[in-house]
Design a protein around this ligand. Structure first.
Ligand SMILES: Nc1nc2c(c(=O)[nH]1)N[C@H]1C(S)=C(S)[C@@H](COP(=O)(O)OP(=O)(O)OC[C@H]3O[C@@H](n4cnc5c(=O)[nH]c(N)nc54)[C@H](O)[C@@H]3O)O[C@H]1N2
Ligand SMILES: Nc1nc2c(c(=O)[nH]1)N[C@H]1C(S)=C(S)[C@@H](COP(=O)(O)OP(=O)(O)OC[C@H]3O[C@@H](n4cnc5c(=O)[nH]c(N)nc54)[C@H](O)[C@@H]3O)O[C@H]1N2
Ligand code: SF4
Ligand SMILES: [Mo]
Length: 756
């Protein structure tokens, strides 16, 4: 294996296996290192060939983990703002500063005066994900915000209503399907979302190789469309009409055949009635898809023995995002493909999945609207308010006004519509804390920055992603490097902040708090068995202890001795340490066992969806703006924070505006033209890239750019700042059911930049 001379083969050369934390594909990596501690270096990063989920696949981002670990701009010590400048301080000083500023603010202004915002990278850090809720609970604030309302809340809400839990997501059983319709997703680039599917390219090739068919619906001829059998442009935001037209066709042409799950479905007749007006001929113009095509897609779906419809970001980030997410699963159910091998199936995760806990087949279901945002009255959804309400909650005086903010791995100044307005609001806060790894567009406004560890410095297990993985599995990653002396893991940082919020003081011991919280949880859920379980878990601490509990009490677990031979953390550790993980097999049918609705049925016709469908019908004939903007992702980028990694930042300019040749010609633009793109009262400078694969009337700019703001410290990113798409999107444009932002189809105008 090693080609180095004996002298170079120091005992410190090692191979580690680590789940990649950079996107939802969760690829297993093989990381070679040399040395330890401060001098520890990553020598090579490859795909782990025997990984049970990803089988050796990786993308260019994984290699940049080395850059991330070594990035000189990554914050490694707590920072406190003194006289306008960040000064490095000890952890004790940083927490003392938080206590000094936060506690009186809560006493004077009340708990809702402190907002908390959590972002995407936390989903890839076991400690951050498992302990964020402890912080939110300790704060006791209504002002909880996250990236979910810039992303997947519509899908969570629709599936929550239909199946009884927020994370019960049907996913295509891609190794067995013969017909796959992908709507508003680009897994060739994103590597899948709410569908953990490393190497989508290989799997799509397999599907087509066995005579199957892949169809893509997208306003851009994407990288995924390029490997598909068919691609249809759709006008941004029109998915609800296409999908309702397909459901209509299934009923009109007597193609509704749910099959095995029929006895478990409620509301079929209500769906039929509600979709009656959505005749394909009536919706075709709004979609930009011919009526004949809409009917044919419905017929092919019904006729295919194994088929699935999958929708993602593009179907969520629109006015009728919840409806689109709902109708996708209605199509799967009515055509007999829901919960069938080769269809849209549910994973069965080894740990942390609510649809494996409690009595099977029935549950409390979900509720929303337990409170509402103060200014816009937006309903709470899964304990959160829409991210785009944060700025107005800071700006608007009155009782409950937000005066302090804690961000955890969140960069809403770039990732949320109305970013520049939010930045101005943040500048006016009384106090702000960021748990983050960079001084960026958002965290530059903080008074205290508490640095997260490098992902190579802590152990990891994916809490969420096995709940939607293409194959059931359990994998654990040990830390690759020891953290620097005294660098607290994020779970301890969050517990310390929680202790301060609860009035226990900055000196509270995170380990003691952790023991207390777990003991209380066990007393509540395990009753008499609590003391013996606590004892059994005692060798572990923090997130690893929660994981051991979840695995052993999970569906494959040893039940703390009740099911000898069942999973324990030690087993998962051992199997993962060798670079494979535990394979738990292909997806299995799970209805009715996985249902957690109060009725014990799949609720095909949630009342709120039926009501909103009437609004969609009323909006069918609204005039279309002349030019709209959509977003895109790039393999070498990830949302807003990986532009500082040299391996990914080099190469061609990535933040370009794709423009159809006819739209470019009409404005006198050519490839490389500088241009002004305006929307929602703001203008940004862009570079035009003429693209015949764009839909006429639709321009496309990636999000997460707009670096180089004063006060940021990301040197590489500032060299090629790019333009902030979210400056041009209207923050009040939301799907009212889920509170999710409309990121797709915002009206814009475009003109050449006049030199001078
Ligand atoms: N217009 C438009 N806007 C979009 C989207 C779109 O498609 N179009 N996509 C949306 C989607 S899907 C999402 S998920 C959001 C993402 O938006 P955010 O949740 O805001 O995530 P990022 O933009 O990736 O910013 C991540 C932040 O976490 C920090 N960070 C990175 N790693 C770590 C770590 O290990 N620990 C800690 N503590 N901090 C870390 C980074 O420095 C950065 O501040 O953007 C959304 N915004
Ligand atoms: N390389 C890379 N990978 C990533 C990320 C990244 O930034 N870079 N981000 C990660 C995150 S946080 C997420 S949430 C996932 C998202 O993963 P995906 O859901 O695959 O999201 P996108 O790649 O943005 O693809 C969305 C598609 O929807 C299309 N679209 C836009 N508007 C509409 C519409 O109205 N209707 C339809 N039908 N389509 C529309 C867009 O053109 C785009 O092709 O990717 C993750 N993976
Ligand atoms: S696709 Fe790339 S970024 Fe995503 S998990 Fe795999 S290696 Fe990491
Ligand atoms: Mo996302």
């Amino acid at each position: 294996m090693s080609h180095s001379s004996p002298a170079e083969q120091s005992t410190s050369a090692r191979t580690h296996y680590r789940i990649c934390p950079l996107c939802e594909a969760c690829c297993g990596l093989e990381i070679q290192t040399r040395g330890a501690g401060k001098t520890g270096r990553v020598v090579a990063i490859r795909g782990a060939a025997n990984d049970v989920l990803s089988g050796g696949y990786l993308c260019p981002k994984a290699v940049a983990l080395k850059d991330l670990h070594e990035d000189p701009d990554r914050v490694r010590t707590p920072l406190v703002r003194r006289e306008g400048r960040f000064v490095p301080v000890s952890w004790d000083e940083a927490f003392a500063e938080v206590e000094r500023r936060l506690v009186p603010l809560i006493e004077e202004r009340g708990r809702d005066a402190v907002a908390v915002a959590v972002g995407n990278p936390s989903a890839h850090k076991m400690g951050a994900l498992l302990y964020f809720s402890r912080l939110a609970k300790a704060l006791g604030t209504k002002n909880v915000y996250s990236a979910s309302t810039l992303d997947q809340m519509p899908k969570q809400l629709a599936n929550g209503w239909m199946f009884g839990h927020w994370l019960s997501m049907p996913i295509p059983d891609i190794p067995r399907t013969q017909w796959l319709l992908v709507i508003g997703a680009n897994p060739m680039v994103s590597n899948g979302s709410l569908w953990t599917v490393p190497d989508f390219r290989g799997k799509a090739k397999g599907l087509r190789g066995r005579g199957g068919k892949l169809i893509v619906i997208d306003p851009r001829r994407t990288e995924t469309a390029a490997v598909a059998d068919e691609h249809h442009f759709i006008r941004p935001g029109a998915d609800v009409f296409l999908l309702a037209g397909m459901v209509h066709t299934l009923f009109a042409e007597a193609l509704v055949r749910p099959g095995r799950i029929e006895p478990h479905l409620a509301g079929i007749e209500a769906v039929r009635e509600a979709t009656l007006p959505f005749v394909p001929e009536r919706v075709a113009a709004r979609c930009g898809i011919e009526a004949g095509t809409i009917r044919r897609l419905a017929r092919e779906l019904a006729a295919a023995p194994k088929a699935a419809v999958y929708g993602r970001l593009g179907t969520c980030t629109q006015r009728f995002g919840t409806l689109a997410s709902w109708l996708i699963e209605v199509l799967n159910a009515l055509s007999g493909h829901l919960d069938e091998p080769g269809g849209a199936m549910f994973a069965k995760a080894a740990a942390f999945a609510d649809n494996t806990q409690g009595p099977p087949g029935k549950g409390r279901g979900i509720t929303t609207g337990r409170h509402a945002s103060r200014v816009s009255g937006a309903p709470e959804v899964w304990g959160e308010l829409p991210m785009t309400c944060l700025a107005e909650e800071i700006e608007t005086p009155g009782g409950g006004q937000v005066r302090a903010l804690i961000t955890v791995a969140s960069n809403p100044v770039l990732s949320a519509p109305g970013g520049p307005r939010l930045a101005a609001a943040l500048a006016g806060l009384d106090f702000m804390v960021s748990v983050d790894i960079y001084v960026n567009e958002t965290t530059r406004h903080a008074d205290v920055i508490l640095p997260g560890q490098s992902p190579l410095e802590h152990s990891h297990y994916d809490v969420a992603f096995p709940q939607f993985s293409w194959r059931n599995q359990a994998r654990f990653s040990e830390a690759v490097f020891e953290p620097a002396a005294g660098h607290l893991p994020e779970w301890q940082v969050l517990l310390k902040l929680a202790a301060i919020a609860r009035g226990l003081g900055a000196r509270a011991d995170a380990n003691v708090l952790d023991d207390e919280a777990l003991a209380a949880d066990l007393r509540k859920h395990a009753g008499e068995r609590a003391p013996s379980m606590m004892e059994a878990l005692s060798p572990l601490r923090g997130p690893e202890r929660l994981l051991e509990l979840a695995l052993r009490s999970g569906p494959y677990g040893d039940g703390f001795g009740a099911r000898p031979g069942g999973l324990t953390l030690a087993q998962v550790r051992a199997a993962s340490g060798a670079g494979g993980g535990v394979d738990l097999g292909e997806l299995q049918p799970r209805i009715p066992e996985m249902l957690r609705t109060p009725s014990g049925k799949v609720e095909l016709a949630p009342p709120a969806c039926l009501r909103d469908l009437a609004h969609a019908l009323a909006a069918l004939d609204e005039p279309a703006p002349e030019l709209v903007v959509i977003g895109r992702r790039d393999v070498r980028s990830n949302n807003s924070w990986m532009h500082n990694l040299p391996t990914l930042a080099k190469g061609p300019e990535r933040c370009t505006l794709l423009v159809h040749p006819s739209d470019a010609a009409a404005r006198g633009l050519v490839d490389g033209s500088p241009a002004q793109l305006a929307g929602a009262g703001r203008t940004v400078q862009v570079i035009v890239q003429v693209d015949p694969g764009s839909m006429p009337g639709v321009v496309c700019l990636p999000h997460g750019w707009g670096h180089g703001e004063p006060g940021t410290a990301m040197g590489v990113a500032a060299e090629r700042p790019g333009a902030n798409l979210n400056a041009l999107l209207e923050p009040s444009a939301r799907d009212p059911l889920s509170g999710n932002s409309v990121l797709s189809g915002g009206p814009v105008s475009l003109k050449a930049t006049v030199p001078g």
